[in-house]
Write a new protein. Structure first.
Lengths: 630, 559
């Protein structure tokens, strides 16, 4: 009798242990470092003839250019050999020549080179100098020169230069009268179009030839954007542009630059802005348009291409495809394929043969892991505005009474979408529901939505986040006693704002380089950038005339009100917060006997870059949430 | 045999030495305790000044460490209206801030002609100087100061800016603002003045430096705020948290010496921090004040010591009393032996004489033979009864015998005794009255001897012509009450308690011999032994009443 019981017990034990093993392999905690892997190969760019792909790879701990020969694989090679400098960027200027820039550090002097793929000969296009250079878009060569603007004459204004590919002295084309922000090159290598901005007003300037002076053809206010994409084929007057002039969402239009007039709407979407991509400067043709409702979606203007794309996407069912680069024939593509649970991979696609080649996995370590899908939600804020957000449910499949982390995006002039988000995956893997919200002021939903966030940094934007979480609480998804808030930059500010003013709603707050003091934030906009200063007067407010409002919504003034535990992370090189403010804030909270964990890394900026610091940060996040939100 | 050696030895010298020692210790302890407390108070007087100091300058420290850095939060964006709000808050909360000067500073590389500090291309000048203070009606007054108004505004400004520019010169890409830099550059502490300029971000400093050295930098203007607070240390509110130690605490100029050289004042001082440094806190207390404090603290200690002292003295007294009682007891026992010897001696000597007489007589007549026989018989009886008495007393006292209890009718018990009394003392006027319903349960022999004893006493201690005795036997609900009332010499009230003690004898002429001081003690032992009680009541020269309370027995059978 007892023997039977004993065996029953043994069998049960074995079953449970096997069961545990099964579930643990499914719900496995993924090490922090696996989430935040930096891809080794980046910046894949295909040559205009579609025969080579260049990319940045790591060699000797530095980013160097590598070239992949698609025709003869044996001719693939490493192009640059640098062991103390990183290649910052590069682009193809012809089928056999690249232009690149390298630097020791982000604030390093300017160094621009051209390099021939076959001879590997590198020519300095400019003498090394501490000026800044902006390439004109599109980045293509016009015979033997490129167009760029340089601020070598006056650090605040960018003059138009021809940069010769043979290393000859750059030639000044047009002096900036002072207010021109962007120059737009015509297909013939001349510049007939420029935009100016004093940020409250933007205007479009046109000239028929380079000998003439610019004349203003259109003025828009600061909320309105007309963004040139490229010239209409065989025209020197009409351009394709993204415009929200006289409409709420950015639409793709054909625009007459001589008269400053919109000719026709090429493509628009009724919910979201159109993204600035899909124009091919080689063909002077609009190939497709891209927009994001939840995922990136493409609309093709070319039936043949649309067909090719269909054929490709059939191979990646239910995954998001993004065309990163094409050659001039539009037959050779570099495509990124990703989902919300997959960081994605870069493929080379040969549309002629319908052949796909894997170039690189963006995060190979997470490939085999079970990650949590994102789910879009829509709800209404207290004033009736419809807001969109995303939920990433935690590991384990539970769908009610969950602890939530409101992960607030930076910006506010940015948006969340359904794409892969390592931070959200990390939090979900650790057992928290991740709530990401496109609060008012986020970009992509049209100018009205964007402008709704003006002067609401400490107001309605914050209440949107609360409304979102409240909605989740009412749905029964979230446990109202376990609400945390976390973010970097503006998200960090939101966390600090929450800790300071809504201690009863949130349980804990994590701020990565959050703004403690909006006066300091405002200071970062240099006074000589008058355009931006005025724009920010509109977006945040005027620190002199509206000092009371600034004071009221700057956490450092009210640090004594902080009533919940705070994880406060600050990089020493973050220009939007000063160390003095941060120290004061932390000290005040400490004096109040509120637990605050202060992590300061002198060499880091707004977001931690060094892997070691980043891992430390997320480890702290994990411990902090485990302590205060579990 | 030396008489002395037989005496009980009472060594009072030892006791006196003990008392003296304890008293000396008591005095020493008191003196020492007072000394310790004096030193303690003295130390405290010197030490607690720090606490008073901390409490008093706390508001200044809060102002200095918390309120002033707040200026930096505004990052130079303060204008004179906002500055007025800020100053209003500061000046009303902190009485010691008398005046605040607000310099709205511009840092520019423009070629303006404003007077200020110019270093290479960098010009720093106060765009506006506003003086804030409270007027008599406690309103905040803002007065704009013009450039022409005296050098005093410039001086502070210039010295501060020179420091700032010197610092700018040292700034480079890798500069981080250490606390030390911040304190040295952005604060200036002079006597009575705290100046503070908002701390710019390091990137701003780099911009300034660039503006300073490069002529090509775009013309820009940055704003800064500089505040200069005039501080009056004498308006600092002193928080005397030890009012029993410090009679007076004042803020005095640091140079002011001791006002009086009188020795009867205790004084100590602490210099004030930072901007208040030309003043000090002066603490003083009169000696009388301090002594009051010392005494206040000394009181509980002295009470404690006194209690210990009193306990020790009490112990000494108890030892003394014990010695006295023992000595009395010793004397009583000594007397007892004396009496007993005497008591035994008489019959023994009579027997000896009778024996001698018989021996020496050549022949004894019938009469003589009978007489001697009778004498010998009587004296032997006497000795026997004496010894019985001693023996039974000892037995009863040691509880080595058991009462032989039996139920008897009270009358039956009393009558033989009373009849015998009448025969024994025919010259005594004896009456009795018995009124009981119950029988008694007693050891008749023992109770008989109690009766005998009390009757004998009544006879013995009465004048010849006053020999009366009345015995009254009654009962109440609980007890029999037996009263022996005589008209004898009576007993002094003081001796009521003593007469029942062993070997105690009342000293009077009736008591010269034949008593060993055991009779009443014996009676009491027996009555106690039987669960009863014996009491005495007497008036001297008028008579004595002994009352016996005895437990009731069962009801008499009424036939």
């Amino acid at each position: 009798m007892y023997r039977i019981l004993f065996w029953c017990l043994v069998v049960t034990l074995v079953c449970t242990s096997v069961g545990c093993k099964n579930s643990s392999s499914k719900d496995k905690l993924i090490p922090i470092e696996d989430f935040f892997v930096k891809p080794e190969k980046t910046n894949f760019k295909i040559s205009p003839d579609g025969k080579k792909i260049a990319y940045l790879g790591l060699e000797d701990h530095c980013r160097n250019i590598f070239v992949l020969d698609l025709v003869d694989e044996s001719r693939s090679k490493q192009l640059t050999y640098q062991s103390d400098m990183n290649v910052q960027y590069f682009f193809w200027v012809s089928d056999s020549m690249l232009v690149y820039s390298n630097a020791h550090s982000p604030m390093d002097s300017l160094r621009i080179f051209s390099i021939s793929v076959s001879t590997e000969k590198s020519i300095a296009l400019l003498p090394t100098q501490s000026t800044r250079l902006r390439w004109l878009s599109p980045q293509i060569s016009y015979g033997n020169y490129l167009l760029a603007s340089l601020n070598s004459r006056d650090s605040t204004v960018f003059d138009l230069y021809k940069i010769y590919l043979d290393g000859a002295k750059p030639e000044l084309v047009t002096k900036n009268p002072g207010n021109i922000l962007h120059w737009i090159a015509s297909p013939d290598g001349k510049v007939r179009l420029a935009t100016t901005s004093d940020s409250v007003q933007e205007s479009i300037l046109y000239r028929a030839s380079e000998a003439e002076a610019f004349k203003q053809v259109a003025i828009t206010d600061y909320q309105t954007l007309i963004r040139p994409l490229g010239y209409v084929k065989n025209s020197l007057t009409n351009i394709y542009a993204l415009s929200n002039d006289n409409r709420d969402k950015l639409a793709l239009v054909e625009y007459n630059t001589t008269e400053g007039k919109e000719e026709r709407v090429v493509y628009s979407h009724d919910k979201v802005d159109i993204n600035p991509s899909g124009y091919s400067p080689y063909l002077q043709k609009l190939v497709y348009s891209q927009y994001i409702v939840n995922n990136k979606e493409l609309h093709f203007f070319d039936a043949d291409l649309a067909h090719k794309f269909q054929r490709l996407s059939a191979q990646f069912e239910k995954q998001t495809l993004d065309i990163l680069d094409t050659d001039t024939s539009l037959n050779h593509w570099i495509v990124k394929v990703s989902t919300d649970v997959d960081a994605g991979s870069i493929y080379y696609y040969d549309a002629e043969t319908n052949h796909i080649t894997l170039l690189s996995d963006l995060n190979p370590k997470l490939k085999s892991m079970a990650l949590q899908p994102k789910e879009p939600i829509t709800f209404q804020a207290r004033d009736g505005l419809t807001l969109q957000g995303y939920l990433t449910y935690p590991l384990g499949g539970k769908r009610n009474g969950l602890p939530v982390v409101a992960l607030v995006h930076d910006g506010p002039n940015r948006r969340e979408s359904m794409d892969f988000d390592a931070e959200a995956q990390f939090l979900a893997n650790r057992g928290y529901l991740v709530f990401q919200l496109n609060y008012r002021g986020s970009s992509g939903y049209g100018k009205q939505f964007w402008a709704a966030g003006f002067k609401e940094w400490g107001g309605k934007i914050q209440s949107d986040i609360i409304d979102g979480v409240t909605w989740l609480i009412h749905q029964g998804i979230v446990d109202k006693n376990r609400v945390g808030i976390m973010g970097a930059g503006f998200g960090g500010y939101s966390a600090l704002h929450a800790a300071t003013y809504n201690s009863s709603f949130y349980k804990c707050a994590i701020s990565m380089s959050g703004y403690t003091n909006l006066f300091t934030y405002f200071k970062e906009i240099p006074p000589y950038q008058q355009p931006y200063v005025r724009l920010f007067h509109n977006i945040i407010g005027d620190p002199v005339r509206e000092a009371d409002m600034f004071k009221a919504i700057s956490p450092v003034f009210h640090a004594d009100k902080v009533g919940i535990p705070v994880l406060f992370v600050q990089g020493g090189r973050d220009r939007f917060s000063s160390l003095t403010d941060a120290n004061q804030f932390v000290q005040k909270v400490k004096n109040n006997n509120t637990p605050i964990r202060y992590i300061y890394r002198e060499d880091e900026g707004r977001r931690f870059r060094s892997e070691e610091n980043m891992i430390t940060y997320y480890q702290e996040v994990e411990d902090f949430l485990a302590k205060y939100l579990k | 045999m030396a008489y002395n050696q037989l005496k009980y030895r009472k060594n009072f010298g030892l006791l006196i030495a003990f008392v003296i020692l304890v008293t000396v210790l008591f005095v020493l302890a008191m003196l020492f305790a007072r000394r310790v407390i004096y030193n303690f108070v003295e130390t405290e007087f010197n030490n607690r000044k720090v606490e008073v100091f901390d409490q008093s300058v706390q508001s200044f420290n809060e102002f200095f460490n918390e309120k002033i850095p707040e200026i930096s939060y505004y990052q130079g964006f303060l204008d004179s209206v906002k500055a007025a709000e800020f100053v209003n808050d500061v000046i009303r909360k902190n009485a010691f801030v008398e005046k605040a000067l607000f310099y709205d500073i511009e840092v520019t590389n423009a070629d303006s002609i404003e007077s200020g500090i110019r270093y290479n291309h960098l010009l720093i000048y106060p765009k506006r100087v506003v003086d804030f203070h409270l007027d008599r009606e406690n309103r905040l007054v803002a007065e704009r100061k013009l450039r022409s108004e005296g050098k005093e505004y410039d001086e502070d400004f210039n010295s501060m800016m020179l420091k700032f520019i010197a610092f700018l010169d040292r700034v480079n890409d890798s500069t981080t603002l250490s606390d030390n830099d911040i304190y040295r550059v952005f604060y200036t502490l002079n006597a009575g003045k705290v100046s503070y300029m908002n701390i710019p971000r390091v990137s701003d400093l780099l911009v300034y430096k660039n503006m300073m050295h490069s002529s090509e930098a775009p013309v820009v203007t940055y704003e800064h705020d500089l505040f200069m607070f005039s501080v009056n240390p004498q308006k600092i509110q002193i928080k005397n948290i030890a009012p029993n130690l410090y009679e007076r605490i004042e803020v005095l100029p640091i140079v002011s010496g001791s006002v009086s050289d009188q020795r009867n004042y205790w004084e100590t001082q602490l210099s004030m921090p930072g901007a208040l440094s030309d003043y000090k806190l002066q603490y003083s207390s009169s000696e009388g004040f301090i002594y009051k404090e010392i005494n206040r603290r000394f009181f509980p200690v002295s009470v404690g010591i006194s209690i210990i002292y009193i306990i020790l003295i009490l112990i000494a007294y108890l030892i003394y009393r014990n010695a006295i009682i023992n000595s009395k007891l010793f004397r009583l026992q000594y007397d007892f032996i004396n009496n007993l010897t005497h008591e035994f001696k008489t019959p023994v000597s009579v027997i000896k004489i009778a024996g001698n007489n018989i021996q020496s007589a050549e022949n004894l007549s019938q009469m003589e033979q009978q007489m001697y026989g009778k004498i010998l018989d009587q004296e032997a009886d006497k000795l026997n009864s004496l010894m019985n008495k001693l023996l039974s007393f000892a037995q009863i006292e040691n509880k080595s015998i058991k009462p032989n209890k039996e139920e008897v009718d009270v009358m039956e018990f009393c009558e033989p005794i009373f009849d015998a009394i009448k025969l024994k003392y025919p010259d005594m006027h004896f009456t009795y009255h018995v009124d009981v319903q119950n029988n008694m349960v007693v050891d008749t022999t023992l109770l008989g001897s109690v009766f005998q004893n009390l009757i004998d006493n009544a006879y013995k201690y009465s004048e010849v012509n006053k020999r009366f005795l009345h015995v009254d036997v009654q009962q109440n609900k609980k007890n029999f009450i037996v009263k022996f009332t005589d008209r004898g010499i009576g007993i002094n009230k003081k001796e009521f308690n003593s007469i029942f003690k062993k070997f105690y004898r009342v000293k009077n002429q009736f008591n010269q011999q034949g008593s060993i001081g055991l009779g009443l003690a014996f009676c009491k032992e027996i009555i106690d032994f039987m669960g009863g009680e014996i009491k005495v009541d007497s008036v001297q020269n008028e008579g004595t009443t002994f009352t016996l309370l005895l437990p009731l027995g069962p009801k008499k059978n009424k036939e």
